[in-house]
Design a protein around this ligand. Structure first.
Ligand SMILES: *[C@@H]1O[C@H](CO)[C@@H](O)[C@H](O)[C@H]1NC(C)=O
Ligand SMILES: *[C@@H]1O[C@H](CO)[C@@H](O)[C@H](O)[C@H]1NC(C)=O
Ligand SMILES: *[C@@H]1O[C@H](CO)[C@@H](O)[C@H](O)[C@H]1NC(C)=O
Ligand SMILES: *[C@@H]1O[C@H](CO)[C@@H](O)[C@H](O)[C@H]1NC(C)=O
Length: 825
């Protein structure tokens, strides 16, 4: 089966045209799933390439683990989970932005025996507790993202001006709220990445789907069913090509609109694993007693087995279970059939219809209007789910199940495309994504006694997520002194502002300005990633311009200059009318003929003064912020997490450097021992018996030292050791060179002797001798240097391993590039 076309088309859609800016673009797209994470990179020279893991896989397990101070990523982390359950942080996506007492945390603990969760600082979010430390969940995600970033940076062409990656687009479940979304953004920031967009899973898949198809100017409806490890969502998307009647006449732009979303944020593969786990556990307990319950290690292994059983049951009707020495010395063996599995999940099956119904209801459409259901996520492979989908949702029409999408990589490719088009650093096919909010954002206002006195919608449900920062008038009565404002998202409280000193702020504003009317405003933002934020609350008023501005022309010019400086200083707090005035004034000095510009400016001015222009003045209000639930990281917390990450990175790079030199010392010591013990001819002739013994001793003691010291070795000491050992080579090499030099001298002596003979034979033609002699010399030189070169290579068969500077990474890039070019053809 050929899976290339969608990827290829994406490559074509993004014509890699550089914008000649100093910072060349590299954009990373990450499909961050609960159980697996995938990443793709776009940069000049790297069109939509999957970021391979350290062991060259196209996806990795989501999570990291600590082995002492060393961090392991992805599948290596999952590998040590059974041995060290409390230091392997896997599949933690549902914990982001949630409290320790949440149902998500409870479920996580049930599925990850041996794990301990504690509140993170005073934020009531989750941190992982290890025997000697704790890690906020954002920090753990940051480490994971940072690892992906490093892997991706190695893919950037060495010749390119871009050597770092800053921009990232990350997938997000449609139901993630502001706190959860902000947690991902915070994690990216800790990792040194800037989130250009959080892309809803369904939208990411839809973008990828659209990249290999064309649509008419009639709306086409498709569902994206995303069933991952932890959750399920059904996104109803419409696709429509819209003819551009304007400047880009004849061209079309594709509109992708999210018409409705439904979800079940606990229905997923993990739930199925859990059911199989329960079957297995019950059988084990029945046969061998419940001692296993007190062994997290055994439970983690049983969980892993349950996962495997589920996967195999998707293609087989029964599975043989076999876990060696599961608990005590007991080998656990049993059989699980698909029928048993389907019975065990019987109560879960009807839940699949609900997200579809919700999405259709939101869009006011019927399932008959929908052309296909695009399947995403591993859990959609479970046969019984597909059956239920066809029978219950699609009314028996199996032809509407669309399977020709690469379910594994569609989301990461779509997210990357979205990142590329939002960042505008490459030219892309025009795809407009219209993603309305599924909730409304409002504020509930209470008086000083806590009695609600009003409520007000800030961004209604269905607001387009395009990045909207607005000053919104706050409706509170004139005379209040204190008020609390509870900001909510879909009816759930996010944070509360306790306003105080309102009258004092009013007085202050009135004293400084001639205000006609005071209006309290909220500076609220719904970001492109659908995070709701409040930047502040202030009082505003329009100040009427003093009357003296309509004066003589000279006076007016002075006023203009004055305004120019004033405007520049306070432009941030002024309305755009003043800003445009500033530009007009600023343009005048650049023009050489000021006489021509002045009249125009003046006429504008006089027009303006005939209608007094109000100027906007702001007075920030005092408030305290309260959080009733989980709260995102503050600036200080993020900074300390960043410092911690850097410290771990430093430990890593130190360890890598140490390991590299340690390996060098080890292999070089072995080699010396081998050369001497097996009486390697080349060295024997250069070293005395005594010297041989000395070096053999040195090598032996170096090996002893290596094994004795273990982890506590210092890099400097290792380097010193290496230098000591390399003396061996220096001596041998030096003597070899001396020997070659003497051979060369001998050769030259005999050559000139031969030349003398020749010249003696040729009578009286002395000029001929000189070029001959020169030729001879050059030849001798070349042959000598060739000999030296061969000597060097045989002497040091593995020069790379003995040099300190050489990085230990294996260069596989050229091969991959070749592959890609092949694919493109
Ligand atoms: C929470 O802790 C941080 C630092 O640990 C501190 O700066 C902040 O003031 C605390 N906040 C509250 C509400 O206690
Ligand atoms: C931004 O939000 C404000 C307040 O809800 C709304 O009036 C305005 O229409 C929105 N603008 C866009 C472009 O959505
Ligand atoms: C204040 O503004 C009003 C018009 O709104 C104007 O009549 C009055 O003269 C102004 N007062 C001062 C002190 O500038
Ligand atoms: C200020 O004046 C502008 C335009 O005249 C008006 O739209 C706005 O509502 C006024 N704002 C206040 C705070 O009075």
């Amino acid at each position: 089966m050929i899976r290339l076309p969608p990827l290829l088309l994406l490559t074509i859609l993004v014509t890699l045209v550089l914008i000649p800016a100093p910072a060349l673009a590299a954009i990373l797209g990450i499909d961050f799933g609960q159980s697996n994470t995938k990443a793709a990179l776009v940069s000049p020279g790297v069109p939509f390439e999957i970021v391979l893991t350290a062991d060259s896989k196209r996806k990795d397990v989501s999570g990291i683990a600590f082995k002492g101070e060393e961090r392991l990523y992805g599948s290596s982390a999952a590998g040590i989970a059974p041995r060290s359950p409390s230091t392997a942080f896997l599949h933690f996506k549902p914990l982001l932005g949630r409290s320790v007492s949440s149902s998500e945390a409870e479920m996580y603990l049930a599925q990850h025996p041996g794990m301990e969760l504690i509140p993170s600082g005073n934020r009531s979010t989750v941190a992982f507790k290890t025997p000697d430390s704790s890690f906020p969940v954002e920090e753990v995600l940051a480490m994971s993202l940072s690892n992906i970033k490093n892997l991706a940076e190695e893919m950037l062409p060495k010749s390119s001006a871009t050597s770092r990656i800053y921009d990232v687009a990350i997938t997000v479940p449609p139901y993630f709220d502001s706190v959860q979304r902000k947690a991902i953004i915070d994690a990216a920031e800790i990792a040194g990445l800037r989130v250009t967009a959080l892309v809803p899973d369904g939208v990411a898949t839809a973008i990828n789907y659209a990249s290999s198809r064309s649509f008419g100017n009639e709306k086409q409806y498709h569902f994206v069913l995303d069933m991952g490890a932890g959750s399920t969502s059904a996104t109803l998307i419409s696709f429509q090509e819209i003819q551009d009647g304007g400047l880009r006449f004849g061209k079309t732009a594709l509109s992708i609109t999210v018409e409705g979303v439904g979800f079940d944020h606990t229905l997923g593969g993990n739930l199925l694993d859990q059911r199989i786990f329960e079957i297995l556990l019950a059988r084990f307990i029945e046969a061998h007693g419940d001692g296993i319950l007190s062994s997290p290690r055994a439970l983690v292994r049983l969980h892993k087995e349950a996962e495997r059983v589920k996967t195999i049951l998707s293609a087989n009707s029964e599975v043989r279970v076999s876990v060696e020495s599961l608990h005590g010395d007991i080998d656990f063996r049993t059989m699980v059939s698909r029928t048993e599995f389907e019975e065990a999940i019987h109560d879960i099956l009807p839940r699949i219809s609900k997200p579809f119904e919700d999405a259709l209801k939101a869009a006011k459409l019927d399932i008959l209007d929908v052309q296909s259901v695009i399947l995403m996520g591993g859990t959609t492979r479970v046969p019984i789910f597909q059956q239920v989908l066809v029978n219950d949702v699609l009314k028996g029409d199996a032809s509407k199940v669309s399977k020709n999408v690469n379910a594994d990589e569609a989301a990461v490719m779509g997210a990357t495309f979205r990142g590329v088009s939002v960042s505008k650093q490459f030219k892309t096919k025009e795809i407009n994504v219209l993603d309305p909010t599924i909730w409304e954002y409002d504020v509930v206002i209470s008086d000083s006694d806590g009695r609600p006195v009003g409520a007000q919608i800030l961004f209604p449900e269905g607001s387009l997520v395009v990045g909207n920062r607005s000053l919104i008038e706050l409706q509170i009565s004139e005379d209040v002194e204190e008020a609390t404002l509870e900001f909510r998202e879909g009816g759930r409280p996010l944070f509360t502002y306790g306003l105080h000193g309102i009258q004092e702020a009013k007085k202050k504003l009135l004293l400084a300005n001639n205000c006609s009317e005071l209006i309290p405003v909220i500076d609220a933002e719904l970001t492109v990633s659908r995070v709701f934020e409040v930047h502040g609350i202030s009082l505003q008023c329009n100040v009427t311009r003093p009357a003296e501005s309509d004066d003589s022309e000279g006076e007016d010019f002075r006023q203009k200059v004055f305004n120019f400086f004033k405007g520049e200083k306070s432009s941030s707090s002024e309305e755009s009318t003043t800003a445009s005035e500033t530009t007009a004034a600023a343009e005048a000095p650049t023009d050489s003929e000021s006489t021509t510009t002045t009249p125009t400016a003046t006429s504008e001015k006089s027009k303006a003064t005939s209608r007094p222009k109000p100027r906007l003045v702001k007075q920030p209000m005092k408030y305290k912020i309260f959080y009733s639930g989980p709260r995102n990281m503050g600036r200080a917390t993020k900074a300390s997490s960043q410092a911690r990450l850097r410290a771990f990175d430093k430990l890593d790079s130190d360890r890598h450097a140490r390991d590299a030199v340690r390996n060098d010392v080890e292999s070089y010591s072995y080699r010396i021992r081998e050369w001497i013990e097996y009486e390697h001819q080349r060295f024997l002739e250069h070293l005395s018996e005594e010297e041989r013994q000395t070096f053999l001793n040195k090598a032996e003691s170096a090996l002893e030292w290596l094994y004795g010291e273990g982890e506590s070795m210092i890099l400097d000491k290792l380097k010193e050791k290496m230098k000591e050992l390399k003396e061996f080579e220096m001596i041998v090499f030096q003597r070899e060179k001396e020997k070659l030099a003497s051979i060369e001298a001998e050769l030259r002596a005999s050559a000139s002797a031969a030349a003398a003979e020749v010249s003696a034979e040729v009578d009286g033609v002395e000029e001929l001798v000189i070029p001959d002699d020169e030729e001879e010399e050059t030849a001798a030189e070349t042959s000598t240097s060739a000999t030296v070169a061969t000597a060097t290579t045989t002497l040091m068969p593995n020069t790379e391993t003995v040099s300190f500077e050489q990085s230990s990474t294996v260069e596989t890039e050229p091969e991959e590039t070749a592959d890609l070019q092949h694919d493109e053809l």
